[in-house]
Design a protein around this ligand. Sequence first.
Ligand SMILES: *Cc1c(COP(=O)(O)O)cnc(C)c1O
Ligand code: SF4
Length: 346
Amino acid sequence: MRYIRSSSVTLENITKKSTIAAEFTSVAASYPFRVSPSYAKLIRREGDAIWKQCIPDLRELDDAGQCPDPLAEHLLSPVPGLIHRYPDRVVLLVSNRCPVYCRFCMRKRHVGEGDAPMDAQTLKQAMDYIAANPAIRDIILSGGDPLMLDDDSLHHILQQLRAIPHVTIIRIGTRVPVTLPERVTPELCTLLKRFHPLYINTHFNHPDEITPLSARACDLLADAGIPLGNQTVLLRGVNDSLDTMRSLQTGLLSLRVRPYYIHQMDLVRGTAHFRTPIATGLEIIRGLRGHVSGMAVPQYVIDLPDGKGKVPILPDDVERQGDLLILRTYQGEMVRYRDLTTVADS
Ligand SMILES: *Cc1c(COP(=O)(O)O)cnc(C)c1O
Ligand code: SF4
């Protein structure tokens, strides 16, 4: 397995007018720094939504109470690089590199410059595990960013997966359309479309990430028949307002990207300053539901600690009194709705 060649701008280059570059360097010693030139160009000023996502912050260091792996992924890993939490699907961690190291990353402990991609022997073990477990029908390639692998490596992985008869769908989780849109070439799309049904879930967090370049990347993928979804992480100071989320989620629909999840921040060490209360997420969902196209409303999910899985949460809009439901409409009106009486049939 090999990575594509890709470059990073230097921290000094971005923060040159700032006096805090030295402090940032000390954070980057614990959690690697990497920002692609195309993502760096999206920064308009110090402290904006793009800056906050990619520039090291001293607060990453004062977070001793949190766990590096709260989701207990290492306990759900029967063979290295594979996470098997749900009955019918597994995550394969094929890459440890990303074009940008997001400061809020839930896999902060994995991603890093020095890390090699999954090696041939580990890949073989993972393939053997999948082949031996016919209940597994959905494979999620993740990492790191799988599209940091070169086309030959991706081809090799996809071909091996497609050789397993019970593997039905393949998903790729990637932030490349946002952080390295030039990686999405017509050649890559031609390769991917040979392995349908193949889905891509990408990761836009802010309307400023919707640019002519990221739009073109999504266009090429959608034109290759790849259904596109999006997973957003709810981030304090970045996208924790209704206006920002509305513009992000509706903007995505116009790129043929269907909003899938808004993730509550996991309790990962080094990321506490990004966390919002659950009420913030619920208010955003309430402000979207009914007010914009239902296609633009993702599920708000909490990934529970200890590997217990994702749980969607909704604003409290149903009250039950026996077979009478009292439902709150999107405009706030309380409406009574009579359910079937459960004893009726025999
Ligand atoms: C999120 C996740 C999945 C995929 O879950 P979906 O709800 O099907 O998108 C699978 N395995 C693990 C370990 C996950 O964290
Ligand atoms: S692209 Fe994804 S895996 Fe990579 S650093 Fe960002 S959030 Fe983490």
